[in-house]
Design a protein around this ligand. Structure first.
Ligand code: DX5
Ligand code: ZN
Length: 217
């Protein structure tokens, strides 16, 4: 089943709880937390404290996207009872295999994210160790950017690798997803779609979640 993970980066931070309630009512499957440190990406978003403020307020599992340097230092902070995935960037990890093992040791499903310029082949040695691969379809750091078309080729390549070597692998795409292109990415092999501005920029958030889900069911 294809799933939707709205990105909180695009939400109205002054009413986070209400906006999360709207995506939950609309049927979203995860909350995507875009953690940014201003070093790995040229923007600072929020930390674990903001994410933890939602514990007990939502049943939605947390899909944590760490766009930070030295993620190993912070993994414990994001390993909460709601956290399903923690995704680190291949480009930010010197010892990526060790980081993946560290995430697993916390009882969390490990994901690796690839920036638009990073080829799928960098995962060759670890593809069997992963629960998820997150294909960045924009350059990380900001919501509201345009989908990078070359991402489709990477999604198809990853789907191939998944079928050959890790059939349970989740493929997630992140950045520039709209009502116009969401079906294109799921048809190419994506199982979890991240959407920020398309969801939280809509006049009716709950309705937009439903519209997006309708297209990928
Ligand atoms: C970008 C983030 C994305 C972004 C998605 O660095 O990883 O999750 O917030 O936002 P939209 O859907 O607006 O491109
Ligand atoms: Zn993200």
């Amino acid at each position: 089943m294809n799933r939707l993970a709205p990105s909180l980066l695009a939400a109205d931070f002054s009413k986070l709880y209400e906006q999360v309630a709207m995506i939950e009512k609309g049927g979203a499957h995860y909350i995507h937390f875009d953690v940014m440190d201003g070093h790995f990406v040229p923007n600072i978003s929020f930390g674990a404290a903001v994410m933890k403020s939602l514990l007990g307020k939502t049943k939605l599992p947390f899909d944590v996207h760490l766009m930070i340097e030295n993620p190993d230092q912070y993994l414990e902070d994001y390993a909460t009872e709601n956290t399903e995935f923690i995704t680190v960037h291949a480009e930010a990890c010197i010892h990526l295999h060790r980081t993946i093992e560290h995430i697993k040791s916390l009882g969390i499903r490990p994901g690796v994210s690839l920036n638009p310029a990073t080829p799928v082949s960098v995962l060759d040695a670890i593809i069997e160790d992963l629960d998820m691969v997150l294909i960045m379809s924009v350059n990380p750091g900001f919501g509201g950017q345009k989908f990078i078309p070359s991402s489709l080729k990477k999604i198809r390549e990853l789907k191939d690798l998944k079928e050959k070597r890790n059939p349970k692998l989740e493929i997630e795409v992140d950045g520039g997803i709209t009502t116009e292109n969401i079906k294109t990415v799921t048809d190419a092999g994506v199982g979890i779609v991240v959407a920020g501005s398309t969801v939280f920029g809509a006049p009716d958030i709950e309705k937009r979640v439903k519209e997006l889900l309708e297209q990928i069911k």
